[in-house]
Design a protein around this ligand. Structure first.
Ligand code: BDR
Ligand code: CA
Length: 327
């Protein structure tokens, strides 16, 4: 091998991973923190764009929130408005599902629709990137499913898909059976898990439940006040989990774990490879994750299911990136 080829190989190995972030940020939630973590890790990830999907909040609200966070970080990354509702699930259906722990955007009526550009943008980006793109999907999988429905051939251009969603061996957090992102759009999650995307990595509740956000961690972040930690203080102190209202409150790191994986994957200490499917029969198990020993559809790829974490390691990364003073 000559020196030029060797050098090109080294540069490629060190160059940041080119990613698209598909997200549903509320006013300053785990999605926003995941954005902060990625923006502040330019040696690991290069963000080609951000797409908003309905989930925690309706998509126009999420797009505005993502723009605000990026502006605060001094970034002019494009933010595209994506799916404004799930493929099948509706607010009316969710109201027939009995008491839910969290209904996200379904708690309020859907605003009027606006022009969506996210799916088009994702398709264009996947087409033009010669080495493919990594997708960090931290909201319901509606946008990703719509890309795959329109252009199944582009599954091969997804270098890896890192998902926050699902609950393989533990109970749900939206309903008893289902994790919120999969519950909000079960049909989309099913399309994605049945696709031929070469590498799927899942941060579901199995691993997220192990990384508990305590008041002590919260205090250690808000001790250093910056424009970002001020937003964090208001949101996590007064909103969910509400450390100012209840000092014993706890939360979890969800989307932050999926983002952290792109920055320091060594915090994951246990995983397994499984085929997965999603329950799409409307009823109490709507949106539940189904572990399988065989592919749920011809050509479906298996999923690396993350199960355990070095909690101190990932919490230190979270704290370090959140409290950084420069953008
Ligand atoms: C997931 O649901 C959303 O509320 C969070 O942002 C996260 O993506 C956790 O179940
Ligand atoms: Ca999210």
């Amino acid at each position: 091998m000559n020196a030029a080829v060797l050098l090109a190989g080294l540069v490629a190995a060190q160059s940041p991973e080119r990613i698209l972030i598909d997200t549903d940020p509320g006013d300053f939630t785990d999605d926003n923190i995941a954005l902060v973590m990625c923006v502040r890790s330019p040696e690991r990830v290069s963000i080609l764009g951000v797409t908003a999907v309905a989930g925690n909040v309706w998509a126009p609200h999420g797009a505005a929130s993502a723009r605000r966070t990026l502006r605060l970080l001094g970034q002019n990354t494009p933010v595209h408005l994506g799916a404004q509702q799930p493929l099948v699930h509706t607010r009316e259906m969710s109201q027939r599902e009995g008491p839910l722990d969290f209904a996200g955007a379904f708690a309020t009526p859907k605003p009027g629709s606006r022009r969506e550009t996210a799916v088009e943008f994702m398709i264009r980006t996947l087409e033009r990137e010669p080495e493919g793109v990594t997708l960090l999907a931290i909201g319901p999988l509606t946008n990703v499913a719509r890309v795959l429905q329109q252009r199944p051939d582009l599954a091969a251009k997804v270098r890896r898909l890192v998902i926050m969603g699902g609950n393989v061996y533990v109970p749900g957090n939206a309903s008893k059976a289902a994790e919120f992102n999969f519950w909000f759009d079960p049909e989309a999650a099913r399309i994605v898990l049945r696709s031929g995307i070469p590498k799927n990595i899942l941060f579901g509740l199995d691993i997220c439940n192990k990384v508990v956000l305590t008041r002590e961690i919260f205090e250690s972040v808000v001790r250093r006040l910056t424009p970002i930690t001020r937003l964090y203080r208001d949101s996590f102190g007064n909103g969910f989990p509400g450390f100012y209202k209840n000092p014993n409150a706890t939360g979890f790191l969800w989307d932050e774990l999926a983002a952290a994986y792109l920055i320091d994957p060594a915090f994951v200490t246990r995983s397994e490879t499984r085929y997965l499917d999603v329950e799409t029969t409307f009823g109490p198990r709507y949106g539940a994750t189904l572990p399988l020993n065989a592919p749920p559809a011809p050509g479906a790829t298996a999923v690396e299911v993350m199960l355990d974490a070095d909690v101190d390691r990932v919490v230190n990364l979270y704290r370090k990136l959140l409290t950084q003073t420069q953008s």
